[in-house]
Design a protein around this ligand. Sequence first.
Ligand code: G3P
Ligand code: CA
Length: 241
Amino acid sequence: MLVIAHRGASGEYPENTKIAFEQAIAQQADGIELDIQFHTETGTWWLMHDLYVDKTTNGQGQLQTLPHAQLAMLRTNDNQPILQLAQALKVINGACSVNIEVKIANGNANELAQIAKHLIDELHLVVKQGIYDWPHLLISSFNHGFLAALKQQQQTLAIGALIAHCPYELAASAQLLNAKSINPSIDCLNKELVDDAHQRGLAVWVYTVDRPQDIAFCAEIGVDAIFTNYPARTQQYLQTL
Ligand code: G3P
Ligand code: CA
């Protein structure tokens, strides 16, 4: 079972930051998950989980509404600038796999397709450098319309269908999206869902798994990867099972 550092080693370091990624690598995480948002005004991608910058920076307001100059001035809780996507990928530099979660509101198909194109273009530059290839950049989102738009434009891109609840038809709809994985919450995980996904050729990546009993349960029912805020202690615990 793979151990994916959720927003980096975010249990001990500020989430979605350079230090959190460096520490995740040092703690032997198999992969790093990070959150990005699109800044429409500038066509740029920024690392941020919340819609508002207030929790993780010294600024205030919704990321989307802040002008570029102000975004560039923001400092995270460890007094660093917020990373943009290309910068984050440079920090990780192929040391482990990457799961990019796109936080994006529902929009009409045209809007989603345009934003998907921005992301594909940005990732093309990264892929060209030879550090990552399309199948190893897992792009996930709760917005499955956006995932469909991505897949339409770049067939070889791996996508993960995130879900906050687990309807029984979940794996079937992820299969229609031609996803690599379903990414359900630990709160609704069960063996039937895992077995159904596997029968359909889908991997199961579960968030957010920090408690020993949850780690053990995921391992027992055949989950493929877990997102954890504590990669070091999760790896250690897995050794004891
Ligand atoms: O990608 C798994 C997980 O990160 C999804 O939820 O809210 O932590 O982004 P959230
Ligand atoms: Ca996330």
